[in-house]
Each structure stands twice: as C-alpha cells, then as structure tokens.
Ligand binder design. Structure first.
Ligand code: GRF
Length: 223
C-alpha cells in the first residue's frame, strides 16, 4: 500500500449491493487504498442502502424519474457527486443507463462490472443466455464505462467453468463470488497508480492494455 491519500469512491447501486459491500470491506480492511465516500441508489428501497448504513457509509437516494427525465436525474447525481468529490464512480448493479454527456465528461473515472465475458452477452439475463447457448465457460468483466453500453475497455475478467447441472441461480452465485474478488482488485490497481486512463484508453503497469487480464477461478480453488 502506498502512502498516497485513499481513492475516494462513489458507488451507484440499484439492488442488493453485494459488490458495494465487498468493495467497502476491502477498503475498511485496508486491502485497497480507497474509501467509500457515498453510496447512491436510484431505488428508495434497495437492500444495499441498509448494508451501506450498517457499514457507516453515507447514503443518498435519487429516485429514477423515468428515461424521459434522465437529465433531471443526472442533475441530482451531479449535485450529490460534487459534494462527495469522488475520484472514481463505481457502478455496482446500477440498472440505469447514463447519458453520453454524463459518461464522456468523466471518461476514465467510471467503472462497471458486468456478469459475462464481454464482449459476449451484453445486456440482461446473461446467466440464462449462457446456459441456453450451452457455453462451457462464463464469467464477469470489470470495464471502464464509455457511452457504448457494456462496451468500454475491459480491464479484468474472471472465468468460471459452467457445470453440467448448473441452473441460473447456481451459475450466477459462482460468478458473483468472483465479482467480489475482481472488482476490489481493479479499484486497488487504480488506487496504487498501476492502472490509469490515458490517451482515451487503459494502461496497466506502464503498458497500454490491449486485452483484459484474465483470472481463472476453477481448478485452483473452489467457489
Ligand atoms: C452483479 O451481478 C453485477 O455483475 C451486475 O449486477 C449484479 C449486482 O449485484 N451488474 P449486487 O447488487 O452487487 O449484489
């Protein structure tokens, strides 16, 4: 860990917030040099809000007014973010699409986690689609957010073997367990200055990242 100030995080959620919790724990246990300044939900009843409060993290709810009022929502988001002054915005199960303007103003400062091996299976119901296709391998991807939905450069992927008797639930549980490892890891790389956004793309350890780093989760350990 460096002596630098902790990276300030604002985490945006819509639901359970298990990734948010994993990241907050990694911060609290000083496994990464970061601190969660604010958790924002677009759903008033999101369970993740209670988890954040239990961890003594400040929370805000900015209710989603409908896609037609996205700009109004983003004004509220801008205000909350201006007060929290995050270095990084972390989308963690945040189910709304941010506008091109919002994202482009913050190029290189927004991360997302998506439950598939991008570029395969953008969008929703990834576990179901992987099972229907009969794929042998599945996983999750941490990527920088760009205006293209689930299309920004991927930094780190977890790979998980699909088992013959997998259901949507069993597969998603195994993939989620890996999310809780790879998301804090990428944030730690940013906090340590190993990962950065330069010239419109990610750089890791001084080299332009042309392909994601891949971590295998089967065989070596049980998930
Ligand atoms: C995760 O599976 C993530 O990949 C996807 O939404 C889910 C959020 O889960 N973007 P949680 O709210 O972090 O538990």
């Amino acid at each position: 860990m460096t002596g630098a100030d902790p990276l300030r995080l604002a985490i945006l959620i819509s639901g359970r917030g298990s990734n948010m919790t994993a990241i907050a724990r990694a911060c609290a246990e000083a496994r990464i040099n970061a601190r969660v300044s604010l958790v924002i939900s677009e759903r008033p009843g999101a369970a993740g809000l209670d988890s954040a409060r239990a961890l003594k993290i400040e929370t805000r709810t900015i209710a989603w007014p409908g896609a037609a009022d996205r700009l109004q929502f983003e004004r509220g988001l801008d205000e909350a973010l201006a007060a929290a002054r995050p270095d990084l915005i972390v989308l963690a199960g945040f189910m709304r699409i941010l506008s091109q303007q919002f994202v482009e103003r913050r190029a290189g400062s927004i991360l997302n986690i998506h439950p598939s091996l991008l570029p395969s299976y953008r969008g929703l119901h990834t576990h179901r689609r992987v099972l229907e296709a009969g794929d042998a391998v599945h996983g999750a991807s941490v990527h920088f957010v760009t205006a293209e939905l689930d299309g920004g450069p991927v930094i780190l992927q977890s790979r998980v073997a699909v088992r013959p008797r997998d259901t949507e639930d069993s597969l998603s549980a195994r993939v989620q367990a890996t999310e809780h490892i790879i998301y804090p890891r990428v944030i730690g790389w940013l906090a340590d200055g190993r990962l950065m956004w330069r010239e419109g793309r990610p750089w890791l350890d001084g080299k332009a990242l042309t392909a994601p780093v891949v971590e295998e989760f089967d065989g070596s350990r049980e998930i």
